[in-house]
Design a protein around this ligand. Sequence first.
Ligand SMILES: [Zn+2]
Length: 316
Amino acid sequence: MTVKFPYRRSLGPVIGAFMNGLADQKIIGIRNGDQVMVPPLEWDPQTGASLAPDFVDVGPAGTVENWTWVAKPTPQHPLDHPFAFALIKLDGADTALVHAVDAGSADAMSTGMRVAPKWKAERIGHITDIVAFVPGETAQTVEGGAPEEPVTMMEYDAEIKYTLPITKNVQRAEAAAQEGRFLGLKCPICERVYTNGRGFCPIDSIELTSEHEIDLPHTGTLTNYTVITPTPYPGQTATEPFARVHVWLDDTHVILGYQTLLDVANEDIRIGMRVKAVWDTSGKTQENPRAEGSLVGFTPTGEPDVTDPDLVNKLL
Ligand SMILES: [Zn+2]
């Protein structure tokens, strides 16, 4: 499971100058009194005072002030093999820049070592225009492109990847959902019911297996809802406000969160509405099971609303 957020930000006159300098294989800092800050900032970090755009070239070589070894890089890291993240004080600078050092092994790293940048051939005005710093005094410059227009925006993704085991219980729960069934696991001690193939009762600390499985009812009561106004992030296909509802399944402790509500306008949704599950098992194949199972959503049963002021407290 990958959670990924795209960001787009404007660079402004100071970070923008720094990024455009990188495209030209130059690293610039900004004067702040008798100090030079790299990377440059628009304001003095101590006082908040605005700084004049008095830029100065620094480096390209510098000294490692501190470092940490990344033995197993992830796809988000700048290099696909082990490297160090280091604080590098470039010659002529008074502050340190964080960047990667490609030294081959942790044994080759040391505080006080000298490093210089290795540049990309195709530069876009981004911190990754420097592939990494490498041991030595000499920058590895390359012929190659810089953008024709000055860079004013930066786009990047924040990404976290989770790897979760799919247990036998989860497999059976998903198989049941493909068939249009809610599968629960009932604790033999406290009689609480869990969904989504949860393998244990957290109250009694016992394992729950196939012998504890029960089929859950398909009717329930709406306890909470949220109307979501979609923003156009990548992957969002909805364009109109839509609702997600919490459904308390009858005769259980099970609340199904963030479900789709069918056939009801957003302004007509009420806490206490009686609803039933709608399944679509027509499109399922062995090769192409639906990740979400075959549950389409919930639709009103037409029964009178439940009037219990405690309903709103049933969220989970
Ligand atoms: Zn229990």
